[in-house]
Every structure is written in C-alpha cells, then in structure tokens.
Design a binder for this molecule. Structure first.
Ligand SMILES: *Cc1c(COP(=O)(O)O)cnc(C)c1O
Length: 359
C-alpha cells in the first residue's frame, strides 16, 4: 500500500490515524455487530457518537455554553443563504477577499441589503484589506468575512475591528488548524471536508444571543431553530461524516496534543514552502507577505506553459492536485492539518530540481 501526497483543496487528505481507526471499526463498531454507516441515527450507539463529536469540537476549540454547536448539510455554501435568513434584519456588511465572499455576497443580496465595505478584487485578491471600526456601520446585523481564502491563499493576520457589530466568519479551510478565540465571533461555520473530516457536514457555531425570535415562515430545513431544538437530529444527519469529524478532533487532541501543537506543526510546514518560494528565482508567491495563508500556498512559475509542465511532472512524481483553482491558474498546495511535513519537504526538493532543469 502506498499513500500519495495529495495537495487537494478539499476533500483533502485525512490523518492516517483516522483512516486506520475507521478501517478497524468499519465492519463492526465496538461490539454492535454493525458499521456506523448502517446504524439508525436514533440508536443509542449513534447518539453517543453524535454527542461525542459535539463535545470533541467544544473541547478542542474551547467553546463555552454561550454558543450552540450544530450540524447542517448543504455544505458551507448553504450557509451563504441560511445565515442572512436567520440572523439578518437590517443590513449586512461584507469584506470581499475572494471567490467565497463573492458567492456569499451573491446569496446575501437576495435576502438583505448587503454592503461591501472593503474589497481587494481590484488587486486580484492578493491581500486582506485592513478594516477599522470607523468603516463599520454600527447598525449592521453583522460583518461577514472569509478568514482563510482557500483559492487565493490569503488569511487575516488579525481580525477586523468591528466594534459592537458581531463577526460572522467562514472558517471552512482553517478550522482546527490553530487555537481560536471563539468569543470574538457571533457565528463561525465550516464545511468539514478540508480540515476536519470528510464531505457531507457543515459545523455551525452560533452565539446564542445572535438568534432572532423564531420565524415560522422560514422553510423548516433552513431554520436554525430546527437544528438547535432537535440537536441536529430533526432528520437523518450525515452520520458517517459526523463520526469521522469526531475522529479528526480526537486525533488532534490525543495524537497531536491540541491546537497549540497543531498550529506549530502547520506554521513550520508553511514556512518550509514560503522560505523556499522567497529565495527561488523561478517560483514566486503572489500574495502580500503579512496576509499569507498557512493552509493554502499559491505560487507561479515564469509562464503558464511551465506551470502546466510543473503540475504534470509533479503528479507523475507523486504530488497530486497542485493545479491552482480554475479561476486563477498557477499552482496551489493545500497543506491542511493532515499533510505531513515529509510531504512538504519532498515537494520542495522536487521544486528545486524543477527549477534547476527549467530555470
Ligand atoms: C470549500 C469552501 C467553501 C464551499 O464549501 P462547500 O462545502 O463545497 O459548500 C466555502 N468557503 C470556503 C472558504 C471554502 O474553502
């Protein structure tokens, strides 16, 4: 058996520990005589997994009782609509830092007046705009950001100053990669297929005081109350995806030793790549240094022809999914929690050789 270095932006690599654990429990979970996939979502065995996953997320991220934690299907993308449906009454502010905020804006504007208060699109989303309190209309329902921009490889070096206006953040590509100060947010959401599991579930962490009175006109499955009042078990939840997310959280706690250690590992991994990109005369990282993402490292060679050749030769050498997003081209190495540092060291060696041969 061999495991390839997969730099996919998501679904992405899972820790070997998690896959092996899932494999061990695949035919029979504990002594139930069945796989988690086959279990009734109302069975005591599954209910235990469900509660444990919520607890694992709470413990790992340090989430207090001021917050609800629940599981929704429809990906991170459905939250672009559900958030304004449930939390907006007056107006919403948004910082435009890439494709994912553009998509969030497209959905928001259908539901509530939405204003872009800062925008790095004119500079090809190569930086994170600095947001100060005077830019934030204090009557807004919330300020929406994407904290790590998966496609462009940027991340907020610090959170915007929004005054009394709560922050709503898309953390799909960075959740569980470092410790977070949850109390700074009104709502956090993340599709789990990048950094904390597999496709099929979106984790929503909502400060209780953000909820408006229950609006029975909302479609049941689009109403946060449905998930909160029924503990994410109103209908069948994505049981296996929830089971896997719990394993990922436990891997971080038990094997890595928590989010401080996870951050150090991720920092060191990203530094290996960025340090090489900074000295290379051939490859270059196109984003503002302070705003570099620790999770998604973008780079280009001197020409699109060489980019294509690099992606092809890298794949043949066992480094797959290094092509940049179809909208931006170039290359992107997504190096989430599960990517081992050996994978990055090997990639940098490969890049050095490519530079010698084609530079
Ligand atoms: C991948 C991604 C999404 C979309 O996630 P889906 O689960 O496919 O809807 C949204 N936001 C960010 C930041 C992402 O990286």
């Amino acid at each position: 058996m061999s495991r390839i270095y997969n730099f996919s932006s998501g679904p992405a690599m899972l820790p070997t520990w998690v896959l092996e654990r899932a494999q061990k429990e695949l035919l029979e979970y504990k002594d139930t005589g069945q796989s988690v996939m086959e279990m009734s979502h109302r069975s005591p065995e599954y209910m235990e997994i469900h509660a444990r996953c919520q607890n694992s997320i709470r413990e790992l991220l340090g989430i207090s009782d001021d917050y609800h934690v629940f599981f929704v299907q429809g990906g991170a993308s459905l939250q672009f609509s559900m958030i304004p449906m449930n939390l907006a009454e007056n107006k919403v502010l948004i910082v435009n830092t890439g494709e994912w905020t553009k998509k969030a804006y497209t959905e928001h504007i259908k539901i509530v007046p939405t204003e872009i208060i800062a925008d790095s699109e004119p500079d090809s989303f190569s930086y994170i705009p600095h947001v100060t309190e005077d830019m934030v209309d204090q009557t807004a329902d919330y300020l929406y950001i994407c904290q790590n921009n998966t496609i462009f490889g940027t991340a907020y070096p610090q959170l915007p100053q929004s005054g009394k206006v709560p922050l709503v953040a898309d953390l799909s590509s960075m959740i569980c990669s470092e410790p977070m100060d949850i109390d700074k947010y009104g709502l956090i959401f993340a599709g789990t297929q990048k950094n904390m599991g597999t496709a099929g579930v979106c984790v929503v962490i909502l400060r209780k005081d953000m909820l408006k009175p229950k609006n029975d006109k909302l479609p049941t499955m689009l109403n946060y109350y449905t998930y909160i009042e029924n503990d994410s078990l109103f209908n069948t939840p994505p049981t296996y995806a929830i089971y896997l997310s719990d394993l990922v959280c436990r891997w971080i706690r038990e094997e890595i030793g928590g989010l401080e250690n996870m951050k150090k590992l991720n920092n060191d991994k990203a530094a290996l790549l960025y340090e090489y990109l900074d000295v290379s005369d051939f490859f270059r990282n196109p984003v503002n240094k302070e705003d570099r993402s620790m999770m998604n490292v973008t780079f280009v060679s001197p020409s699109t022809e060489l980019d294509k050749l690099f992606i092809k030769e890298a794949a043949a050498a066992g480094f797959i999914n290094l092509a940049g997003h179809r909208l931006v081209g170039g290359m992107r190495a997504s190096i989430y929690n599960a990517m081992p540092s050996e994978g990055i060291k090997a990639l940098v060696e490969f890049m050095k050789d490519f530079e010698v041969n084609h530079g």
